[in-house]
Design a binder for this molecule. Structure first.
Ligand code: MRU
Length: 342
């Protein structure tokens, strides 16, 4: 299985997703600041993978603490730095909360035991994410029929998680069942996660994939080339409103217009039960240079004004079902998601 991120001998090793698919280079993080920078600069990205990276970042940070340091102060500094990286992914804050809980449970112990406890917890979060994705795949594969063409947006695959993927996990599980399916991957401007990452990982696994530009999806739906849409999520409000990569909302509107099922695949730790709806989901605004450049080349007037929101929110009424590790939630999501909680 593709190793997105691993803990190895007091280091965090991750595949540098900025360089894929041209170069397969592994980045070594020796301290929590390097992990925070890797998340910010999207060497690692995708909500569940960001959560796992943050957990390892906390473990790395505390691993460097000396007996003479103020432990609580240092821990707070680590949490704040990692929490400041990307605001939309709920999994990031979920992982930091879980590491904080472990810290609180172990802080009365000797420092080496506390360090060990945090490393073990981060490894458990990593392993648990893969198991969760396999369960999402198990529940979701029944929604995919033999011979279907499935559209996906961005990358919600092995690279976006600790392994296997959420949306691509469902596709993998259906493929492993022997279903003949074909994936249409939106290229996903501006960072091209679809073209660079989804195509790379599906092609590597032998799953048929066709690359399209973002503006082709509507036409393909109109001429009957798409049977269903499946995407991942960065944060889901308790009513089912779903934040995902910018452009997801447009795809959802198109799917509804063409009476196509629109599925969201996500672990329960992506759901923010504190939010009644998607209005309060923080949407990250990224560097304008990402829009102005394509493969490092400026493609516009250099000082043009740019708007670069990284995510949008798809209202629950556009979503056919939300596939989680506990089963498939159907509308009304406020009830169905709540029944999976805890
Ligand atoms: O900006 P990114 O690449 O981190 O955005 C990723 C997405 O929007 C994914 O679809 C989402 O995180 C789900 S990944 C399983």
């Amino acid at each position: 299985m593709l190793p997105t991120i691993t803990w190895d001998n007091d280091r965090v090793i991750l595949i540098d997703q900025r360089l894929l698919p041209t170069e397969e280079i592994y980045l070594e993080c020796l301290d929590y600041i390097q992990v925070a920078e890797a998340i910010e600069e999207m060497a690692i990205r995708g909500a569940p993978a960001i959560g796992v990276a943050a957990a390892y970042g906390v473990a790395l940070g505390v691993n460097k603490v000396k007996e003479s340091d103020d432990l609580e102060e240092e821990f707070e500094r680590i949490l704040v730095r990692l929490g400041d990286t990307r605001p939309t992914a709920r999994n990031l804050f979920w992982a930091l909360e879980r590491m904080k809980q472990t810290f609180d449970n172990h802080k009365h112990l000797a420092l080496p035991e506390l360090k060990h406890g945090l490393i073990q917890e981060a490894i458990a979060i990593d392993k648990q994410d893969v198991e969760t994705n396999k369960k999402i795949g198990y529940w979701g594969r029944g929604l995919i029929q033999n011979g279907q063409n499935i559209l996906t947006h961005c990358n919600a695959g092995a690279l976006a998680t600790a392994g296997y993927g959420t949306a691509l996990g469902v596709i993998r599980a259906a493929y492993e069942q022997g279903k003949k399916i074909r994936v249409f991957a939106d290229e996903t401007r501006p960072i091209l996660q679809g073209a660079r990452l989804t195509c790379w990982e599906l092609d590597r696994d032998g799953i048929p994939v066709v690359l399209i530009t973002d503006n082709m999806a509507g036409y393909l739906m109109k001429i009957g080339r798409i049977d269903a849409v499946i995407i991942g999520a960065d944060r889901i409000a308790r009513n089912g409103d779903t934040a995902n990569k910018i452009g997801t909302y447009s795809v959802a509107v198109l799917a509804k217009e063409h009476s196509l099922p629109f599925y969201v695949a996500a672990p329960l730790n992506t759901i923010d039960f504190s939010l009644a709806n998607g209005d309060a989901i923080p949407i990250e605004e990224r560097n304008p240079e990402e829009v102005k450049k394509l493969a490092g080349q400026c493609i516009t007037v250099p000082d043009i004004e740019v708007h670069n929101p990284a995510f949008d929110v798809t209202p629950a009424e556009y979503i056919t079902a939300i596939i989680t590790e506990k089963g498939v939630a159907k509308p009304p999501f406020t009830q169905s998601l709540a029944s999976f909680k805890g």
